[in-house]
Design a protein around this ligand. Structure first.
Ligand code: DGT
Ligand code: CA
Ligand code: CA
Length: 576
């Protein structure tokens, strides 16, 4: 069927918005609004009436002019008047009209009086405090507008953690070059290692705030300065990433670090604990009455309220404060705990480096072993391997291992899990490999029941070792397929196979919550880089970040095991 009633109503509503923004005749505006309401809730599809040639002017409040427009929208899918109105205004105003809680009248004033023509400009005007200065707006309205606008930008503009890390590292290096910078940290969601960040929150300890700020503002990659002052500045980099800078004296650095690392929910919970002890915590320190009793380091902030230090990755108010109080915080896994990697590619399939180069890179990344798991034949776009090419790869790996010390290469495959849960290679071929990583790369649209059954069936194959990127999501692009995740977790536990925490920057799959669920159920987690080139092992840092957010200890992650022990575990899966 063609255009729906709701779509027609939306066109009329938008026309009314523009007319109102232009200060048009109120009766005309009301006619469009009323028509939109009528049509939006009309029980019969207007497209059907049009097909039967019945016309529309018997609908309440719809005269000949509006009836003509309905016909036009149904025939063409849009409306000349709306196109004309949109063309007559700056393009960004359309986006502004869609913001919740802001009507056309206010947008017209923001446009005329402050030159606001886009959501980004609205954010800037609000941050600069220019909106509250307008008659009839005030600080509360400014805050509400800012929240609505940043929420809109934020949902579209969060940056993946791996990309943000490159910017964080560069700006950190720039700031360290200044004598005025005594201490330095990138706080906020970045320090908590969230999978994406809204912005970077850089914290500097300095006795010469103006000099530190000037140095920050001289950073060459800055595109725009949103605000600058002696304690707070805010800029947007050429990449579009916003960076907030706060400068505090060294005696407040720990308190500011706690405050700006957040999360907000964690900080609120922490302040509650402090209050119960008659203490006050803010970004300058911990206070008993007027007296500051702590502030320079995070450890001393937590200690003053009777807690051991809590790792940034845990600070989400997900039970970390109770665990800390009970001295039951986990000893979180660290990057140095990783001895191997069970998921990497070479140029035999869709990787960009050969076996020797990948092995050298794995060794340089501090690993003792890694598995070459190129794609299987079914994934044609990745030049997947069949039995014969796998046999040749085996020989090459055996030769490499015989000739090299310092790194051991395991031979695996990333085998396609086909539509009904079959694997893309026969058992006899898979049995010759050190491990089998199963993955879904097709038929994402199956029902939850069928997708789950498909994956369980694949896991039942005796050689199946690791379920790669178990949910199939791509960050910011694609949600995971429909899946009974808890069922998969139970099955992995019964089968003894591993679930992957894929560390690839686009995936981070399992996510932090799922990894915690799986590990708590006793399923071993394999943190895999999914490296496709020699730089790919760097992703392990972000896999570790998610693992820490999932409260994982080294003991819950199989690739912290020494190679001999890992091999015993893999063999045990096969024996069932
Ligand atoms: P993001 O940037 O959206 O990825 O998330 P965060 O957590 O980095 O949030 P952001 O940049 O707005 O603020 C950084 C930290 O500063 C946040 O985690 C806690 C603290 N903070 C910011 N605004 C407030 C606030 O209004 N109240 C409290 N208690 N803390 C705040
Ligand atoms: Ca932030
Ligand atoms: Ca921020």
């Amino acid at each position: 069927m063609g255009v729906t009633n709701v779509e027609i109503a939306a066109v009329f509503d938008e026309i009314a918005d523009w007319l109102e923004l232009d200060g048009a005749n109120p009766f005309r505006i009301r006619a469009y609004r009323t028509a939109a309401r009528t049509i939006g809730s009309w029980p019969e599809a207007l497209a059907l009436r049009a097909r039967d040639g019945r016309g529309f002017d018997d609908l309440p409040g719809i005269g000949a002019d509006l009836a003509g427009k309905i016909g036009e929208i149904l025939r063409r899918g849009d409306c000349a008047l709306l196109r004309r109105l949109r063309r007559a205004h700056p393009r960004g105003l359309t986006e502004l009209l869609k913001l919740p809680g802001v009507g056309p009248k206010r947008i017209a004033r923001l446009h005329k009086e402050l030159g606001v023509t886009s959501v980004a400009k609205l954010v800037r005007a609000a941050r600069a405090g220019r909106i509250r200065a307008l008659r009839g707006f005030g600080p509360r309205t400014e805050r509400a507008l800012l929240d609505a606008a940043t929420a809109r930008l934020g949902s579209a503009r969060r940056m993946k953690i791996a990309a943000a890390a490159a910017f964080a590292d560069a700006i950190t290096a720039h700031l360290r070059a200044s004598d005025a910078v005594l201490e330095l940290a990138v706080a906020g969601s970045f320090r908590r290692m969230r999978e994406t960040v809204g912005d970077l929150d850089v914290l500097v300890a300095s006795r010469r705030g103006a000099e530190a700020t000037a140095h920050f503002l001289a950073y060459p990659a800055i595109a725009r300065v949103l605000a600058h002052g002696t304690t707070r500045s805010s800029v947007v980099l050429k990449s579009g990433l916003q960076v907030d800078l706060r400068v505090v004296p060294p005696e407040s650095f720990g308190a500011a670090l706690v405050y700006f690392t957040g999360s907000k929910a964690h900080c609120i919970a922490l302040r509650r604990i402090a209050r119960q002890q008659g203490l006050k915590i803010n970004e300058y320190g911990v206070f008993r009455g007027e007296r500051r009793i702590a502030g320079a380091t995070e450890t001393e902030i937590y200690a003053t309220v009777g807690l051991p230090p809590i790792a940034p990755e845990l600070r989400e108010d997900r039970g970390e404060i109770d665990a800390a109080r009970a001295q039951r915080l986990p000893r979180l896994i660290e990057r140095a705990d990783l001895r191997g990697d069970l998921h990497a590619h070479t140029d035999a399939s869709d990787g960009h480096a050969g076996l020797a180069a990948m092995a050298a890179a794995a060794q340089a990344a501090g690993l003792d072993y890694f598995a070459v798991t190129d794609h299987s034949r079914g994934l044609r776009i990745a030049h997947g391997l069949d039995a014969e090419r796998l046999a040749r790869q085996r020989e090459a790996i055996d030769r490499f291992n015989a000739e090299h010390r310092g790194i051991v290469v395991l031979h695996g495959v990333e085998v396609e899990i086909l539509e009904h849960g079959e694997l893309d290679l026969p058992d006899a071929v898979l049995a010759r490999l050190d491990l089998v990583v199963g993955a879904v790369h097709s038929h994402f649209q199956l029902s939850r029941a069928r997708q789950t059954a498909r994956i369980l069936r694949a896991m039942d194959r005796p050689c199946f070792s690791v379920l790669a990127h178990p949910t199939g999501r791509l960050l910011g692009e694609r949600a995971g397929y429909a899946l009974d995740f808890e069922r998969v977790v139970r099955h992995a536990r019964e089968r003894g196979c591993f679930l992957e925490l894929n560390a690839h920057p686009d995936r981070l799959d399992l996510d932090d919550v799922q990894a915690r669920v799986a590990a708590a159920a006793g399923v071993p987690i394999a943190i895999g880089s999914d490296a496709h080139d020699v730089n790919g092992f760097a992703a392990l840092r972000f896999g570790i970040g998610q693992a820490r957010r999932a409260w994982l200890t080294a003991g819950e992650v199989v690739n912290t095991l020494p190679l001999a022990e890992l091999k015993r575990r893999l063999a045990a899966i096969r024996r069932g």
